[in-house]
Ligand binder design. Structure first.
Ligand SMILES: C[S@@+](CC[C@H](N)C(=O)[O-])C[C@H]1O[C@@H](n2cnc3c(N)ncnc32)[C@H](O)[C@@H]1O
Length: 429
């Protein structure tokens, strides 16, 4: 359990480092203070702190002197909104810090490829709809919501989407969600954009089944959507998931990454930065050797379909049957011969492949890493959004059979401390 206690204090200091989760750090007499939205060389006066997960976090501070690494943020909500911690930092510095933090966590020095676009790059936004506002949660707060007017990292059209939502809620008289009481009728609006196709999907996540009159108004307000869903949420958790019902338009929208098309459905995961995805796919392709590839944790087939289009013979394994179905549809849509099946990676015998791609969830491979070590596979491409989990998998298991040959970082998440790593592992001789 974590402890909360607020303390008034006044400490002035220079930000001398960055934590792995992107907070500026100040060395104080009684230890380190973590300051969100601050950057190296800022001078700040910390006025209030709170203990959280064993760390002293600044909850109120004044910026006395700005670091030369700062830039003017591109969003009026920056500094409160939990979406972006690093918008106030020049993009080149963001990339430098990501490389540095990755090297510190893993010991691997890697080149980093910046996102081709740093505004309007996200292809999905989940706006929480609450009695205190519609938007994203405030940084560090489970209950406070920033009532958004814009979100330039998502789309120029965000104001239009939010205007339609506000108009619709008012006309239909629907109750937004109460985060504390866990009651209400509408919980989220999810909007997805195919950046290269211009297609738009709108999905309202609600706790009620709509009457026909409500659906009529819903269709009118969101007539711009190529695909319109109303999802019914059965639980009270703050996530944008429910049982989907197509209200209007197409069941899927499409995204195009160069010559590959991907279908997107409200219940399927898709890499969130369409522009940097091209770089990620090319990095995976460059590291894949031979002809026969096994795509583990294959999701909707993002890597597998791309590689099959480039002439590799591909099989994929994924736990979620819905994602496997999407991957098979994606294979058909692109006219490629890739086979995806439902299974747990930990229980999948690894046959004779030239390359195995792994893109595990945040917790990493864990026991599945031993299967790779025991396999005869020469070449493994590890895609990771969590350097700590990669390090544990490598040090505890993979290093018994593999060495790191090359690594590249792709910035899928500008204005946040996160980065995607692609590591090529070669079997030790
Ligand atoms: C980081 S996502 C990768 C998705 C995919 N590579 C993509 O880019 O779209 C991780 C995927 O692993 C799947 N997964 C989680 N645990 C698994 C397991 N034990 N065996 C197989 N798949 C699993 C999840 O359902 C999810 O689709």
């Amino acid at each position: 359990m974590h402890k909360f206690s607020n303390a008034c204090m006044k400490i002035t200091g220079r930000v001398s480092g960055m934590s792995e989760d992107g907070l500026g750090t100040i060395k104080a007499k009684n230890g380190i203070i973590y300051v969100p939205f601050s950057y190296p060389s800022d001078i700040v006066k910390v006025k209030r702190t709170k203990h959280r997960f064993g760390r002293k976090m600044a909850t109120d501070f004044e910026l006395l002197e700005e670091s030369s690494l700062r830039q003017r943020p591109g969003c009026t909500h920056f500094g409160r909104c939990g979406g972006c911690l690093w918008q106030g930092l020049k993009y080149g510095e963001q990339l430098r810090l990501k490389r540095e933090l990755f090297e510190k966590a893993t010991g691997i020095s890697a080149e980093i490829k910046g996102s081709p676009r740093v505004w309007g790059f996200r292809n999905i936004s989940n706006f929480i709809v609450t009695i205190s506002g519609i938007g994203l949660k405030e940084y560090g707060s489970p209950f406070r919501v920033v009532d958004l007017r814009e979100c330039p990292i998502f789309s120029k059209k965000t104001p239009e989407y939010l205007r339609s939502l506000r108009g619709f809620l008012a006309e239909a008289g629907l109750k937004p969600w109460d985060l504390k009481k866990k009651t209400g009728e509408v919980h989220y609006l999810q909007v997805r954009e195919g950046k290269f196709t211009g297609e738009v999907m709108v999905n309202l996540i609600a706790h009620i089944k709509p009457k026909e009159k409500v659906l009529e108004a819903f269709r009118d307000y969101f007539s711009f959507a190529d695909s319109l869903y109303w999802s019914i949420k059965q639980d009270t958790k703050d996530n944008p998931r429910g049982d989907t019902q197509l209200v209007d338009g197409e069941p899927y929208i499409r995204e195009r990454i160069e010559d590959v098309l991907y279908l997107i459905h409200p219940n399927s995961f898709f890499q969130t930065n369409s522009y940097a995805l091209t770089l990620l796919l090319k990095a995976v392709e460059e590291f894949a050797d031979g002809e026969e590839v096994l795509d583990l944790y294959s999701g909707v087939g993002t890597f597998g379909i791309w590689l099959a289009k480039k002439g590799f013979w591909v099989e994929g394994v994924e736990l979620n049957p819905f994602a496997v179905d999407m991957a098979s549809r994606n294979a058909e849509l692109n006219g490629v011969n890739a086979r995806f099946s439902v299974g747990r990676v930990e229980e999948t015998p690894i046959g004779n492949y030239d390359t195995v791609i792994v893109d595990p969830p945040r917790k990493g491979l864990k026991e599945a890493a031993e299967l790779l070590v025991k396999s005869g596979v020469e070449n493994v491409v590890y895609v990771s959004c969590n350097p700590k989990a990669f390090k544990l998998d490598y040090e505890n298991h993979l290093s018994k059979g593999y060495r790191v040959e090359e690594a590249v970082l792709v910035d899928m998440f500008p204005h946040t401390p996160h980065v995607e790593a692609v590591v090529k592992l070669r079997r030790k001789s």
